[in-house]
Design a protein around this ligand. Structure first.
Ligand code: HEC
Length: 227
């Protein structure tokens, strides 16, 4: 009888069915008399899991086998290269280093910027409108490339000239200003009355000396030689 009783008891205790909810239990999984229901994973969870497996395979093949996805090191290198490009571009063309360009390509690019942005206030031909006339020899803030560049970078907010520091690259500004300075010889109709002072370019000697200097720190040297 004893041998008959045991299996029956066993069946009762380790039954795979929970006597309370009638649901399946995880067998051999009991701690301090507590058992767990053997519920299925919800389908959405399983599908998400399968998707992660598929993604892992695609990612592995893409990064390590076929190379159609950039490795994080390559991404880093690319971003660093881009960052360096944009920084050095600003280093190269700024108010101190900008020069007046005469080549057709630069002037055409400058005209494009001028027509698109600047002509609204400075007139279609630079004859002046809300902003001052660019075709005369009078300038409010000085007529050197450095003066003009500084106005475009800093703007004159109180007078309605905004700063283009974040909108235009150093190169675009240099081209636009080269184009503007190139308008000096033109004589368009409806010119706005001169504003500011007559600009007389400093002697050739000084400007050529300044051109040959590459470092801003050497500026003092120019000043002392010109005194
Ligand atoms: C919303 C109108 C407006 C736009 C657009 C505008 N300007 Fe001006 N700009 C002005 C005004 C107004 C002044 C005069 C500032 C002052 O009186 O100090 C001025 C002054 C200037 C000066 C200095 C002129 C001087 O006599 O010293 C330069 C250079 C200049 N603008 C360049 C540009 C360039 C380049 C663009 C296009 C990228 C541009 N501006 C777009 C309104 C504008």
């Amino acid at each position: 009888m004893d041998t008959n009783n045991e299996p029956i008891q066993n069946q009762d205790q380790n039954s795979d069915i929970d006597g309370f909810s009638n649901e399946r239990l995880i067998s051999d999984h009991e701690y301090d008399g507590i058992q767990e229901l053997d519920n299925d994973m919800p389908p959405w969870w399983k599908y998400l899991f399968y998707i992660t497996i598929i993604l892992a395979i695609v990612y592995f093949l893409g990064v390590h086998v076929f190379g159609f996805i950039d490795h994080q090191n390559e991404k880093y290198e690319k971003e660093m290269a881009n960052a360096k490009l944009s920084v050095s571009e600003l280093d190269i063309i700024n108010a101190k280093t900008a020069v007046v360009l005469k080549d057709e390509g630069s002037l055409a690019d400058g005209k494009e910027t001028f027509d698109k942005i600047c002509s609204v206030c400075h007139g279609k031909f630079g004859e002046g409108l809300i902003g001052p006339n660019f075709t005369d020899e009078y300038w409010i803030h000085g007529g050197s490339m450095e003066d003009l560049f500084t106005v475009v970078i800093e703007g004159v907010p109180a007078k309605g000239m905004i700063s283009y520091k974040t909108q235009l690259s150093g190169e675009k500004i240099q081209n636009a200003l080269s184009y503007i300075l190139n308008l000096q010889e033109t004589d368009p109709p409806n010119q706005k009355a001169a504003e500011g002072e007559l600009w007389i370019a400093p002697e050739e000697e000084i400007s050529s000396e300044a051109d040959s200097l590459e470092n801003v720190g050497d500026e003092e040297a120019v000043e002392s030689t010109t005194e």
